[in-house]
Ligand binder design. Structure first.
Ligand code: GAR
Length: 213
């Protein structure tokens, strides 16, 4: 059975590329059904087009407000019959109305170990703070800024010689491993959202992955 993704991306789309190369049509029935951006001309859109994946662009300036923009975006996601919405470098907050339409079906990739360094400049903030360990978080999206329940985290050391560029390189390489695996686990129904009033997500990760690296 197909497991359809709507991937939202604002920029380069290196994570999207990994999903296309490693998951799309290859693992657990996963298909990238649509790629959506708020930024016309984003490289992520080009990557999708190259793979014959439908794209859609919803720039905020084209709508009266964020609610209207997110409503149009939600309609496109429904039309694509997406099972999971994946924010892979999507740099705008989603409105509560959008999130209510997809309960526990919107996940975000974040380049730090939340709750440390939420927001859009996490890697620089981690370097400036001087942490010795950072990493990657995949979490459910709620109405806060990077505050939703954590699905998976992986850590890496920050060395004395690291700067923003070198740490970003290592974090992206780790993201490219972590995000596909989490999506594979969703497709195999191995991720159980928290019970009402709780935050803990259950993830059954004891079977080997089918991803061919
Ligand atoms: C990734 O590092 C992702 O964690 C980050 O944007 C980058 C997108 O890279 N997301 C955030 O900072 C969200 N707050 P990509 O466009 O090459 O996949």
């Amino acid at each position: 059975m197909a497991f359809r993704l709507a991937v939202l991306a604002s920029g380069t789309g290196s994570n999207l590329q990994v999903l296309i190369d490693r998951l799309h049509g290859r693992v657990a029935g996963i298909e990238v059904a649509v790629v959506i951006s708020n930024v016309p001309g984003a490289l992520a859109l080009e990557r999708a087009e190259r793979a014959d994946i439908p794209t859609a662009v919803f720039p905020l300036e084209d709508y009266p407000d964020r609610e209207a923009r997110d409503l149009a975006m939600a309609e496109a996601i429904d039309l694509a019959r997406a099972d999971l919405v994946v924010l892979a470098g999507y740099m705008q907050l989603l409105t509560p109305g959008f999130l209510r339409r997809f309960p526990y079906r919107v996940i975000n990739l974040h380049p730090a170990l939340l709750p440390s360094f939420p927001g859009d400049d996490a890697i620089k903030e981690a370097v400036d703070y001087g942490v010795k360990v950072s990493g990657v978080t995949v979490h459910f999206v709620d109405e806060g800024v990077d505050t939703g329940p954590v699905i998976r985290q992986e850590a890496l050391p920050v060395h004395d010689g690291d700067d923003v560029v070198s740490l970003a390189t290592k974090i992206h390489a780790l993201e490219h491993q972590v995000l596909p695996r989490v999506i594979e686990l969703f497709a195999k129904e191995r991720v159980v959202p928290p019970a009402p009033g709780f935050r803990r997500v259950k993830v059954d990760d004891h079977e080997p992955s089918d991803i061919d690296w």
